[in-house]
Write a protein that binds this ligand. Structure first.
Ligand code: CU
Length: 57
């Protein structure tokens, strides 16, 4: 899998860590796995969490 617009790609088993800017990203399958491969996508929504907003800091 890979994330469009991010420097992250995993071919096969594995794991990775990436820091993303807030926004929407498309995750797609990078291994030609059979019928429907081109449609194997997901949307990742990355939001900024405001930890200090409710702490009156
Ligand atoms: Cu696939």
């Amino acid at each position: 899998m890979a994330i469009e617009g991010a420097d992250l790609k995993i071919d096969g088993d594995g794991e990775a860590t990436v820091t993303l800017e807030a926004g929407e990203y498309i995750i797609y399958c990078t291994i030609p796995c059979g019928g429907g491969h081109e449609e194997m996508t997901a949307k990742l929504i990355c939001r900024v969490k405001h930890f200090l907003k409710d702490k009156n800091v």
